[in-house]
Write a protein that binds this ligand. Structure first.
Ligand SMILES: [Cu+2]
Length: 348
Protein backbone atom coordinates (compact mmCIF):
# COMPACT_ATOMS: atom_id res chain seq x y z
CA UNK A 1 0.00 0.00 0.00
CA UNK A 2 2.79 2.31 0.99
CA UNK A 3 4.69 1.48 -2.17
CA UNK A 4 1.59 2.06 -4.23
CA UNK A 5 1.07 5.48 -2.62
CA UNK A 6 4.69 6.33 -3.21
CA UNK A 7 4.45 5.35 -6.87
CA UNK A 8 1.21 7.26 -7.24
CA UNK A 9 2.83 10.28 -5.60
CA UNK A 10 5.79 10.14 -7.92
CA UNK A 11 4.08 9.29 -11.16
CA UNK A 12 1.03 11.52 -10.95
CA UNK A 13 2.81 14.91 -10.92
CA UNK A 14 5.05 13.77 -13.80
CA UNK A 15 2.08 12.56 -15.79
CA UNK A 16 0.09 15.73 -15.10
CA UNK A 17 2.96 17.97 -16.00
CA UNK A 18 3.71 16.04 -19.20
CA UNK A 19 0.06 15.92 -20.14
CA UNK A 20 -0.66 19.59 -19.54
CA UNK A 21 2.44 20.67 -21.38
CA UNK A 22 1.75 18.55 -24.45
CA UNK A 23 -1.93 19.15 -25.12
CA UNK A 24 -5.29 19.26 -23.39
CA UNK A 25 -6.23 16.31 -25.52
CA UNK A 26 -3.87 14.08 -23.54
CA UNK A 27 -4.93 15.32 -20.11
CA UNK A 28 -5.28 12.25 -17.86
CA UNK A 29 -8.91 12.83 -16.98
CA UNK A 30 -9.41 9.38 -15.50
CA UNK A 31 -6.55 9.91 -13.03
CA UNK A 32 -7.84 13.36 -12.07
CA UNK A 33 -11.26 12.14 -11.11
CA UNK A 34 -9.93 9.25 -9.06
CA UNK A 35 -7.11 10.91 -7.12
CA UNK A 36 -7.77 14.61 -7.05
CA UNK A 37 -10.94 16.57 -7.38
CA UNK A 38 -11.47 19.76 -9.42
CA UNK A 39 -11.08 23.14 -7.74
CA UNK A 40 -14.07 24.19 -5.61
CA UNK A 41 -14.27 27.90 -4.80
CA UNK A 42 -17.52 27.53 -2.86
CA UNK A 43 -15.98 26.27 0.38
CA UNK A 44 -14.69 28.23 3.40
CA UNK A 45 -11.04 27.71 2.48
CA UNK A 46 -11.78 28.40 -1.22
CA UNK A 47 -10.26 31.87 -0.70
CA UNK A 48 -6.92 32.75 0.88
CA UNK A 49 -6.68 33.70 4.63
CA UNK A 50 -8.03 37.13 5.70
CA UNK A 51 -4.99 39.31 5.21
CA UNK A 52 -3.83 37.87 1.91
CA UNK A 53 -4.94 39.24 -1.43
CA UNK A 54 -4.46 38.01 -4.96
CA UNK A 55 -4.82 34.38 -3.87
CA UNK A 56 -8.05 33.68 -5.72
CA UNK A 57 -9.56 34.43 -9.09
CA UNK A 58 -13.13 34.79 -10.35
CA UNK A 59 -14.99 33.25 -13.25
CA UNK A 60 -16.14 35.29 -16.23
CA UNK A 61 -18.61 38.03 -15.30
CA UNK A 62 -18.43 37.54 -11.51
CA UNK A 63 -18.26 40.64 -9.28
CA UNK A 64 -16.89 40.60 -5.76
CA UNK A 65 -17.01 43.30 -3.10
CA UNK A 66 -14.84 43.24 0.00
CA UNK A 67 -14.38 45.31 3.10
CA UNK A 68 -11.35 44.85 5.28
CA UNK A 69 -10.41 46.24 8.63
CA UNK A 70 -7.08 45.85 10.35
CA UNK A 71 -5.68 47.16 13.59
CA UNK A 72 -2.02 47.01 14.50
CA UNK A 73 -0.59 47.75 17.91
CA UNK A 74 2.95 48.70 18.78
CA UNK A 75 4.37 49.23 22.23
CA UNK A 76 7.85 50.12 23.43
CA UNK A 77 10.97 50.22 21.28
CA UNK A 78 13.56 47.87 19.85
CA UNK A 79 17.12 48.57 18.82
CA UNK A 80 17.67 45.64 16.45
CA UNK A 81 16.55 42.53 18.35
CA UNK A 82 17.04 44.15 21.81
CA UNK A 83 14.68 46.32 23.83
CA UNK A 84 15.76 49.93 24.30
CA UNK A 85 14.63 52.15 27.19
CA UNK A 86 13.41 55.74 26.95
CA UNK A 87 16.71 56.90 28.50
CA UNK A 88 18.58 55.00 25.81
CA UNK A 89 16.57 56.85 23.14
CA UNK A 90 17.04 60.27 24.83
CA UNK A 91 20.80 59.95 24.36
CA UNK A 92 20.23 60.69 20.67
CA UNK A 93 16.65 61.92 20.28
CA UNK A 94 14.36 64.52 21.86
CA UNK A 95 11.28 62.25 22.01
CA UNK A 96 10.66 58.54 22.55
CA UNK A 97 7.57 56.91 20.98
CA UNK A 98 5.59 54.91 23.56
CA UNK A 99 2.72 53.26 21.73
CA UNK A 100 1.10 53.37 18.35
CA UNK A 101 -2.07 52.07 16.79
CA UNK A 102 -2.54 51.86 13.02
CA UNK A 103 -6.01 51.12 11.74
CA UNK A 104 -6.91 50.59 8.13
CA UNK A 105 -10.23 50.30 6.30
CA UNK A 106 -10.08 48.86 2.81
CA UNK A 107 -12.75 48.64 0.15
CA UNK A 108 -12.13 46.25 -2.71
CA UNK A 109 -13.84 45.50 -6.00
CA UNK A 110 -13.07 42.50 -8.19
CA UNK A 111 -14.43 41.51 -11.59
CA UNK A 112 -13.77 38.43 -13.67
CA UNK A 113 -13.09 39.62 -17.24
CA UNK A 114 -12.86 35.97 -18.29
CA UNK A 115 -11.97 32.74 -16.53
CA UNK A 116 -8.27 33.58 -16.55
CA UNK A 117 -8.20 37.34 -15.87
CA UNK A 118 -9.72 39.16 -12.88
CA UNK A 119 -9.43 42.90 -12.33
CA UNK A 120 -9.14 44.25 -8.80
CA UNK A 121 -8.99 47.71 -7.21
CA UNK A 122 -8.46 48.53 -3.55
CA UNK A 123 -9.18 51.84 -1.83
CA UNK A 124 -8.10 52.48 1.73
CA UNK A 125 -8.51 54.87 4.57
CA UNK A 126 -6.30 54.87 7.63
CA UNK A 127 -6.10 56.20 11.11
CA UNK A 128 -2.78 56.45 12.96
CA UNK A 129 -2.32 57.37 16.60
CA UNK A 130 1.01 57.66 18.34
CA UNK A 131 1.87 58.61 21.89
CA UNK A 132 5.35 59.75 22.80
CA UNK A 133 7.24 61.15 25.75
CA UNK A 134 9.64 64.07 25.54
CA UNK A 135 13.03 64.29 27.23
CA UNK A 136 11.55 66.54 29.91
CA UNK A 137 8.77 64.08 30.71
CA UNK A 138 5.80 65.48 28.79
CA UNK A 139 3.53 62.87 27.27
CA UNK A 140 1.76 63.84 24.05
CA UNK A 141 -0.36 62.16 21.43
CA UNK A 142 -0.61 62.77 17.70
CA UNK A 143 -3.16 61.40 15.24
CA UNK A 144 -3.43 61.32 11.46
CA UNK A 145 -6.44 60.17 9.42
CA UNK A 146 -6.57 60.06 5.66
CA UNK A 147 -6.97 58.18 2.43
CA UNK A 148 -4.17 55.86 1.38
CA UNK A 149 -2.84 54.95 -2.04
CA UNK A 150 -5.17 53.39 -4.63
CA UNK A 151 -4.18 49.91 -5.73
CA UNK A 152 -5.39 48.68 -9.14
CA UNK A 153 -4.20 45.24 -10.19
CA UNK A 154 -4.92 42.19 -12.27
CA UNK A 155 -5.01 38.54 -11.19
CA UNK A 156 -3.91 36.08 -13.89
CA UNK A 157 -4.34 32.34 -13.83
CA UNK A 158 -0.96 31.19 -15.06
CA UNK A 159 -1.53 27.46 -14.70
CA UNK A 160 -4.15 25.12 -13.40
CA UNK A 161 -4.30 21.41 -12.70
CA UNK A 162 -7.23 19.76 -10.95
CA UNK A 163 -6.96 20.93 -7.32
CA UNK A 164 -3.92 23.14 -8.03
CA UNK A 165 -3.63 26.72 -9.21
CA UNK A 166 -0.81 29.10 -9.92
CA UNK A 167 -1.88 32.76 -9.88
CA UNK A 168 -0.04 36.00 -10.46
CA UNK A 169 -1.41 39.25 -9.09
CA UNK A 170 0.38 42.27 -10.41
CA UNK A 171 -0.40 45.94 -10.25
CA UNK A 172 0.61 49.29 -8.92
CA UNK A 173 0.05 51.63 -6.04
CA UNK A 174 -1.02 55.08 -7.22
CA UNK A 175 0.21 57.69 -4.72
CA UNK A 176 -2.98 59.43 -3.63
CA UNK A 177 -2.22 59.13 0.06
CA UNK A 178 -0.77 62.35 1.49
CA UNK A 179 2.77 62.33 2.82
CA UNK A 180 2.91 65.81 4.37
CA UNK A 181 0.65 65.50 7.40
CA UNK A 182 1.68 67.78 10.22
CA UNK A 183 0.77 68.03 13.89
CA UNK A 184 0.57 70.99 16.23
CA UNK A 185 3.24 70.57 18.89
CA UNK A 186 3.09 71.86 22.47
CA UNK A 187 5.48 74.62 21.49
CA UNK A 188 2.74 75.92 19.18
CA UNK A 189 4.68 75.01 16.05
CA UNK A 190 3.37 72.84 13.25
CA UNK A 191 5.64 69.95 12.66
CA UNK A 192 5.95 67.36 9.90
CA UNK A 193 4.86 63.91 11.09
CA UNK A 194 7.31 60.99 10.85
CA UNK A 195 7.32 58.49 7.96
CA UNK A 196 5.29 55.86 9.82
CA UNK A 197 2.42 58.31 10.48
CA UNK A 198 1.98 59.30 6.80
CA UNK A 199 -0.75 57.75 4.66
CA UNK A 200 1.03 56.99 1.39
CA UNK A 201 4.41 56.32 -0.16
CA UNK A 202 4.37 59.37 -2.44
CA UNK A 203 5.85 57.28 -5.27
CA UNK A 204 4.39 55.03 -7.97
CA UNK A 205 5.03 51.52 -6.73
CA UNK A 206 4.72 48.25 -8.64
CA UNK A 207 4.07 44.88 -7.07
CA UNK A 208 3.75 41.21 -7.96
CA UNK A 209 2.37 38.32 -5.94
CA UNK A 210 2.85 34.72 -7.01
CA UNK A 211 0.41 32.37 -5.31
CA UNK A 212 0.33 28.60 -5.54
CA UNK A 213 -2.69 26.95 -3.94
CA UNK A 214 -3.60 23.30 -3.54
CA UNK A 215 -7.00 21.98 -2.53
CA UNK A 216 -7.72 18.52 -1.13
CA UNK A 217 -11.03 17.07 0.09
CA UNK A 218 -10.67 18.19 3.73
CA UNK A 219 -7.85 20.69 3.66
CA UNK A 220 -5.93 23.11 1.48
CA UNK A 221 -2.56 24.81 1.51
CA UNK A 222 -0.69 27.45 -0.37
CA UNK A 223 2.26 29.79 -0.62
CA UNK A 224 2.60 33.37 -1.75
CA UNK A 225 5.71 35.27 -2.75
CA UNK A 226 5.35 39.05 -2.77
CA UNK A 227 7.56 41.83 -4.06
CA UNK A 228 6.82 45.57 -3.77
CA UNK A 229 9.09 47.85 -5.79
CA UNK A 230 9.21 51.60 -5.21
CA UNK A 231 10.24 53.93 -8.00
CA UNK A 232 11.74 57.40 -8.12
CA UNK A 233 11.54 59.81 -5.26
CA UNK A 234 8.53 61.60 -3.76
CA UNK A 235 7.97 65.34 -3.37
CA UNK A 236 9.37 65.23 0.18
CA UNK A 237 12.64 63.85 -1.25
CA UNK A 238 12.65 60.16 -0.34
CA UNK A 239 11.29 56.77 -1.28
CA UNK A 240 10.28 53.97 1.04
CA UNK A 241 12.16 50.67 0.93
CA UNK A 242 11.18 47.74 -1.28
CA UNK A 243 9.34 44.97 0.55
CA UNK A 244 9.53 41.23 -0.02
CA UNK A 245 7.60 38.55 1.76
CA UNK A 246 7.08 34.84 1.63
CA UNK A 247 4.16 33.15 3.33
CA UNK A 248 2.78 29.62 3.51
CA UNK A 249 -0.41 28.39 5.08
CA UNK A 250 -2.53 25.36 5.64
CA UNK A 251 -6.30 25.39 6.19
CA UNK A 252 -8.48 22.62 7.56
CA UNK A 253 -12.13 22.48 6.49
CA UNK A 254 -14.31 21.61 9.50
CA UNK A 255 -17.51 21.65 7.42
CA UNK A 256 -18.95 23.48 4.41
CA UNK A 257 -19.10 26.76 6.33
CA UNK A 258 -16.03 26.84 8.54
CA UNK A 259 -12.28 26.39 8.18
CA UNK A 260 -9.27 27.10 10.38
CA UNK A 261 -5.93 28.19 9.04
CA UNK A 262 -2.38 28.64 10.28
CA UNK A 263 0.08 30.73 8.38
CA UNK A 264 3.75 31.60 8.67
CA UNK A 265 5.14 34.75 7.11
CA UNK A 266 8.59 36.23 6.67
CA UNK A 267 8.97 39.88 5.63
CA UNK A 268 12.02 41.85 4.53
CA UNK A 269 11.69 45.65 4.28
CA UNK A 270 14.39 47.87 2.84
CA UNK A 271 15.75 51.17 4.14
CA UNK A 272 14.21 54.51 3.21
CA UNK A 273 16.29 56.07 0.43
CA UNK A 274 16.83 59.79 0.80
CA UNK A 275 15.14 61.74 3.60
CA UNK A 276 12.06 63.84 4.24
CA UNK A 277 13.22 67.45 3.81
CA UNK A 278 10.80 68.71 6.50
CA UNK A 279 11.77 66.22 9.21
CA UNK A 280 14.30 66.92 11.93
CA UNK A 281 16.16 63.61 12.36
CA UNK A 282 16.91 64.37 16.04
CA UNK A 283 13.19 64.75 16.84
CA UNK A 284 12.44 61.05 17.36
CA UNK A 285 13.76 57.67 16.15
CA UNK A 286 10.76 57.53 13.79
CA UNK A 287 11.89 60.83 12.18
CA UNK A 288 15.27 59.40 11.22
CA UNK A 289 15.42 57.59 7.87
CA UNK A 290 18.14 55.30 9.28
CA UNK A 291 15.52 53.65 11.49
CA UNK A 292 13.55 51.97 8.71
CA UNK A 293 13.07 48.49 7.32
CA UNK A 294 14.17 45.22 8.82
CA UNK A 295 13.40 41.52 9.03
CA UNK A 296 10.20 40.20 10.56
CA UNK A 297 8.50 36.82 11.00
CA UNK A 298 4.94 36.14 12.10
CA UNK A 299 2.60 33.29 12.87
CA UNK A 300 -1.05 33.90 11.93
CA UNK A 301 -3.92 31.75 13.16
CA UNK A 302 -7.13 32.39 11.22
CA UNK A 303 -10.74 31.46 10.68
CA UNK A 304 -12.79 31.54 7.45
CA UNK A 305 -16.59 31.42 7.45
CA UNK A 306 -18.67 31.04 4.29
CA UNK A 307 -22.44 31.38 4.62
CA UNK A 308 -24.01 28.70 2.43
CA UNK A 309 -27.71 29.50 2.68
CA UNK A 310 -30.27 32.13 3.65
CA UNK A 311 -30.13 35.86 3.00
CA UNK A 312 -26.40 36.08 3.70
CA UNK A 313 -25.56 33.35 1.21
CA UNK A 314 -22.20 33.86 -0.55
CA UNK A 315 -20.95 36.17 2.20
CA UNK A 316 -17.56 35.38 3.69
CA UNK A 317 -16.26 36.49 7.07
CA UNK A 318 -12.57 35.93 7.72
CA UNK A 319 -10.43 36.71 10.75
CA UNK A 320 -6.69 36.48 11.09
CA UNK A 321 -4.38 37.48 13.91
CA UNK A 322 -0.71 38.23 13.28
CA UNK A 323 1.66 37.50 16.15
CA UNK A 324 5.34 38.43 15.80
CA UNK A 325 7.78 35.52 16.14
CA UNK A 326 10.89 37.49 15.28
CA UNK A 327 11.57 41.23 14.87
CA UNK A 328 14.85 42.69 13.78
CA UNK A 329 14.19 46.29 12.75
CA UNK A 330 17.05 48.33 11.33
CA UNK A 331 18.07 50.73 14.10
CA UNK A 332 15.49 51.91 16.65
CA UNK A 333 11.84 51.24 15.84
CA UNK A 334 8.65 50.56 17.73
CA UNK A 335 7.97 47.01 18.85
CA UNK A 336 5.08 45.28 17.10
CA UNK A 337 2.58 43.54 19.37
CA UNK A 338 -0.26 42.12 17.30
CA UNK A 339 -2.29 42.80 14.19
CA UNK A 340 -5.93 41.79 13.79
CA UNK A 341 -7.50 41.45 10.36
CA UNK A 342 -11.22 41.20 9.60
CA UNK A 343 -12.46 40.64 6.09
CA UNK A 344 -15.97 40.58 4.70
CA UNK A 345 -16.49 39.46 1.13
CA UNK A 346 -19.59 39.20 -0.97
CA UNK A 347 -19.62 37.66 -4.35
CA UNK A 348 -22.25 37.28 -7.03
CU1 LIG B 1 -12.42 38.09 -5.13
Amino acid sequence: MRKKNFLRGMILPVLLFAASSVSAQFKPIALDTIYIHPWIENRPDGHEPANLMGGHIHDHGVWMLSFRFSTMNMNGNLNGVHDISNDGIFQMYMNAPQSMRMQMYMLGVMYGVNNNITLMTMFNFMHHRMSAISKNGEIFETTVSGFGDIIPSVVLKVAEWPGHKLLVNTGMRIPLGKIDYTAMMMSGNKQQMPYIMQCGSGTFDAFAKWTYVVQKVHFSYGSQLYGLFRTGSNKQGYRLGNTYSLTSWGAYKINNALSFSTRLEGVSKGFIKGRDKDLNIMMSPSSNYINSGGLFAYVLPGLNILIQKGKLKRNRFDIECSLPLYQKPNGIQMKQQSILYFTWQWQQ
